[in-house]
Design a protein around this ligand. Structure first.
Ligand code: GZL
Length: 321
C-alpha cells in the first residue's frame, strides 16, 4: 500500500490548497456548495477540540462547503446512526473520525451503494479500503514506538514498574500506541504492572490512576498515557496522593496539546510525542479531489515529532494548538 508522508502542518496545508486548486483562497469550482456530513467522535479531549476546530474552519462556506456536523459523544452506535442519517440526507460526501476500528462494513457499504464517497480522518477502520476513498491521519504505532524508545533509553536496564492509561478500547490509536510501545520496550527491565482504559479523558485518567496508586502505591515508577488528557488526570491523582509527578513517578504521553506541553515545561510530564490534530485542510482537499474524480492517495500520514521539556519551552509560544 502506497503511503504519502507529509512533514509538518504548513506543508500539509499547502498540499491541501494545491490539491483543491484553492491556492489564493476561495472554494474554486462552481458556486454550488458541497454538502459534507462530518461524523466526529465527540469532545473527549483537548486534541479532539483542536481537531473539530480545524475541520470546521476547513469545511467553511467560504471554502465552498455546507457542513453538517455531528459529535457522537464517544458512542459508537450514535456515530454509525449519524453516518446513516447523512446517507439519507443525500450529502455529497461523508467524513468520519471513527471512534473504534471495527463495525463499519455495513454502513460504509450503504454509503458506497448510495454513491456517496467517504473520507476517514484521524482514526482508521478495519473495513476493506475499497469502502472509503482515502484516510488522512497520523502513524499511531510509530507514536507508541517513539514513546517506548524514550522509556527504554531513560530506564533501560533499571528495573522499572510501569502502568498504562489506555485510550478508548477498540480505537486505532489505543491499539496501535500499545503495540508500538510494547515493541520498543521489549528486552528492557520495564515491567507492566497494569494497563486500563481511561477513555482518552482527564476525569477517567485520574480515576484509573487513583486505582493504580491504591493497588501499587509508590512502587510505580512510570506512567505511559495514550494521550495528554489522561496524563493530566494522572498528575491530579499523583499529587493528591502526596507524590511528585515527573519525579517520584515519571510520565510519558502523546498528543502535545497546550495543557500537556505546559505540564511538560513544568516537569510534571517527562516526554511527549506529538499527534497533530490540524487535519481539516487536508480532509477538505481530499473531498474536493475525490468529487472532482481525481486520483488520491489511499493513506496520507502527517508527520509527528516529540518534545523534551526544553524543546517544549522553545516552541510553546508559536504552537497552533
Ligand atoms: C489521535 C486521536 C486521539 C487523541 C486523543 O489521533 O484519535 O483521540 O490522541 C483523542 O487525545 O481523544
Amino acid at each position: 500500500m502506497k503511503k504519502k508522508l507529509i512533514g509538518g502542518i504548513a506543508a500539509a496545508a499547502a498540499l491541501a490548497l494545491a490539491m483543491t486548486g484553492c491556492a489564493g483562497g476561495g472554494g474554486g469550482g462552481d458556486d454550488e456548495l458541497i454538502t459534507v456530513g462530518f461524523a466526529q467522535t465527540g469532545s473527549e479531549s483537548g486534541w479532539r477540540s483542536a481537531n473539530t476546530e480545524s475541520m470546521k474552519a476547513a469545511f467553511s462556506e467560504e471554502n465552498g462547503f455546507e457542513l453538517v456536523f455531528n459529535a457522537a459523544d464517544n458512542k459508537i452506535e450514535a456515530q454509525i446512526a449519524a453516518v446513516r442519517s447523512f446517507i439519507n440526507q443525500g450529502v455529497d460526501a461523508i467524513v468520519i473520525a471513527p471512534i473504534v476500528e471495527d463495525g463499519w462494513d455495513d454502513v460504509l457499504t450503504e454509503a458506497k451503494e448510495a454513491g456517496i464517497p467517504v473520507i476517514l480522518e484521524d482514526r482508521t477502520v478495519t473495513a476493506s479500503d475499497d469502502l472509503y476513498a482515502a484516510w488522512v491521519g497520523l502513524d499511531f504505532r510509530n507514536e507508541g514506538v517513539m514513546a517506548g524508545q524514550w522509556a527504554a533509553e531513560t530506564f533501560g536496564d533499571t528495573p522499572t514498574n510501569l502502568v498504562v492509561l489506555e485510550g478508548t478500547t477498540g480505537s486505532a490509536p489505543a491499539n496501535d500506541r500499545a503495540e508500538g510501545f510494547a515493541e520498543a520496550i521489549e528486552g528492557t527491565a520495564i515491567t507492566t504492572l497494569d494497563s486500563q482504559t481511561g477513555n482518552f479523558t482527564r476525569a477517567d485518567g485520574k480515576t484509573v490512576m487513583e486505582g493504580f496508586l491504591q493497588k501499587y502505591g509508590d512502587t510505580i515508577d512510570l506512567v505511559y498515557a495514550h494521550n495528554d488528557d489522561m496524563a493530566l488526570g494522572a498528575i491530579d491523582a499523583i499529587e493528591a496522593a502526596g507524590l511528585v509527578p515527573g519525579t517520584d513517578i515519571q510520565i510519558v504521553s502523546i498528543d502535545a496539546v497546550k495543557d500537556g506541553m505546559l505540564a511538560l515545561i513544568d516537569g510534571k510530564i517527562n516526554f511527549i510525542v506529538e499527534c497533530n490534530p490540524l487535519l481539516g485542510d487536508l480532509a477538505a482537499g481530499l473531498v474536493k479531489d475525490v468529487l472532482a474524480g481525481k486520483d488520491v492517495e489511499k493513506k496520507i500520514y502527517v508527520e509527528d515529532q516529540s518534545f523534551t521539556p526544553e524543546q517544549a519551552a522553545e516552541v510553546i509560544d508559536e504552537r497552533l494548538y
